[in-house]
Ligand binder design. Sequence first.
Ligand SMILES: C[S@@+](CC[C@H](N)C(=O)[O-])C[C@H]1O[C@@H](n2cnc3c(N)ncnc32)[C@H](O)[C@@H]1O
Length: 232
Amino acid sequence: MATDPRERDPATGGSGSVDEAHAAHLERSRTVWNRWSDWYEMSERDFEPMREAAIDRLDLRPGDRVLEIGCGPGVNFERLRDDIGESGELVAVDYSPVMIEKARARIDAHGWENVDVRRADATTAEFEEPFDAALATLSLAVMPDIPRTVETVYRSLIPDATFVVFDIRPIPDGPARVLNPVLRRFLRWYANWNPDGDVAASLEAVFERSEIVDTYMHGTTYTVVCEKRDAD
Ligand SMILES: C[S@@+](CC[C@H](N)C(=O)[O-])C[C@H]1O[C@@H](n2cnc3c(N)ncnc32)[C@H](O)[C@@H]1O
């Protein structure tokens, strides 16, 4: 008799079931990102201008309710909190318990009362209320199921909301593409990067509008602005 390959994941609060490949990817993410959480200063510093430019694209207002996917140690919190002010709300999710600890330490150090970090698999996370905007920096491409994560974000937004994604991909064109097999292997080892995923295509498939607005480092890092137009 065939066995059911699906199982409950406690991190989803029992709300989602995941198959074995998904569970294996999540477990590897937990290990990889727990480990890198102690070495995050370089990433925080080097990508800061690109993250800032991505957040500019959200055009946030005081009072906005914002979702952040794969927040890591909270590198975007200060800027997001500045934009939404005391009357806004930031809900951030991450799967790594150590990243969550570091994100919470940052919140405590600043005394932010309207920034909430939750441990969840962003693929299947559920939220009580919809958001005005969402952000994912360097996180969508490491999700175990990118299309499903994009659908989750879409469902969690109000109509006319913006989702901004800053991410990494292989070299998109030109002769340097010969380096892509090595780059893919590196990203898979370093970040548990999802080799089956195409972030830009997944965003385009779900959002009514989706456009790559900025590219950096020979196109290997890029920002996409997506808009949800219809009521869900
Ligand atoms: C490269 S870090 C990005 C952190 C931060 N957003 C930044 O810009 O530096 C990727 C983050 O995604 C988180 N992550 C990986 N898989 C996840 C999942 N399924 N659900 C939520 N977070 C996840 C990791 O724990 C890690 O903190």
